[in-house]
Write a protein that binds this ligand. Structure first.
Ligand code: MRU
Length: 342
């Protein structure tokens, strides 16, 4: 299937990203050639999703080197700028991982750029492999002629380098004509599901229903879906998963209803340096994201918010992890540790 959408591209002079805060209303691109602009774009989620953050981070090292040349930075200033980029968001491991892959190649700018573009190409290839492996796994296990899938947040083209991880499987099922419908959680507070996933599915002509996050447990337990498929921001060595807040509730509902809970992520999201979910840092975000709805304050002025961007799903709730290399039956004890090669 042709997939034109590119969340992040190198223009020759800087990074161009789709401003995901403007979707679905407007498809607007941002041209970025300073580290400050890139860090701000990452923090406000103009560019987001673990693999896309990795590509933006790797290309961001090139941006930093070019800015250092232009503005006569010292080596210390360049190192501090790259550190800020590396830590712009803490939970998705791909950002720090990709910066760490390319930064040691400095000061050879051409080598850094080539390595960053290689990360992007490998991620695009990983998307396609994940789609195939995930769809094969589902078709082998599930006996329905057409599958009903639930997904949360956005793990599609906008979050990756090609057609997505969780949505890569969905798109593959659709191409194989074995997809009935996708239930899309709207994904409060920033609505990545309603704004981004639904937009991608609409563009691809894939039948979908947007539901409030609070409907997800009832949809699963009520027998309306055959599988839940989500992405991941980090997979710990023991198989625990960090993903968008709300993922844990879906996994619990799936366990109760005996519905498979599938996590789709490239090997670059597997972090063997993190033993378990307990040591994953969860990004806490501004109160305003929760307390202001469509420009109007929704809670009393005195109220503060609890706004974790992610939650941890324990390994025992993860039926399987699909990467570009393998399908691990995590809940059955096949954990990533020991076999990851990155
Ligand atoms: O805060 P976001 O929108 O960056 O969160 C994104 C997610 O939680 C995705 O599910 C995850 O990064 C995987 S994207 C392939």
């Amino acid at each position: 299937m042709a997939q034109q959408l590119q969340a992040v591209v190198w223009t020759g002079t800087g990074v161009r990203v789709i401003d995901q805060t403007r979707l679905p209303g407007q498809l607007v691109y941002l041209d970025i050639d300073t580290v400050d602009e890139l860090v701000a774009a990452i923090r406000r989620l103009s560019v987001r999703g673990a693999p896309a953050l990795g590509v933006a981070g790797a290309l961001g090292v090139v941006v930093a080197m070019r800015q250092a040349d232009r503005e006569g930075w010292s080596a210390g200033e360049l190192a501090r700028a790259i550190d800020r980029l590396r830590g712009a968001r803490p939970t998705a491991v791909n950002l720090a991982w990709a910066v760490d892959q390319v930064a040691p190649l400095m000061p050879d700018g051409a080598a850094v750029l080539a390595a960053a573009l290689r990360i992007q190409e490998q991620d695009a290839a990983a998307n396609r492999a994940i789609g195939r492996l995930g769809a094969d796994w589902l078709q082998a296990r599930l006996r329905r002629p057409a599958l009903r899938v639930l997904t949360h947040c956005n793990a599609g083209a906008l979050a990756t380098s090609a057609w997505g991880t969780a949505l890569g499987i969905v798109r593959e099922l659709h191409e194989r004509t074995v997809l009935e419908v996708v239930y899309v959680d709207e994904t409060r507070p920033l609505l990545q599901g309603a704004r981004l996933t639904a937009w991608e599915l609409a563009q691809a002509g894939i039948p979908h229903l947007v539901q409030v996050d609070a409907a997800a447990a009832g949809t699963v337990v009520g027998g309306l879906v055959d599988v839940a498929i989500v992405g991941a921001d980090r997979v710990a060595a023991n198989g625990d998963i960090a993903n968008k807040v709300g993922t844990l509730g879906i996994a619990l509902a799936c366990q109760y209803a005996q519905v498979p809970f599938l996590v789709a992520a490239p090997e670059s999201t597997v972090d063997l340096g993190t033993a378990s979910g307990a040591s994953i840092r969860i990004e806490m975000r501004d109160d305003e994201e929760v307390l202001v709805v469509a420009g109007q304050r929704s809670a009393p002025a005195e109220s503060r918010a609890h706004n974790p961007a992610f939650d941890i799903t324990p390994a025992r709730l993860v039926t399987a992890l699909v990467t570009e290399q393998r399908v691990l039956a995590i809940a059955a004890g096949q954990v990533p540790a020991g076999t990851n090669t990155r």
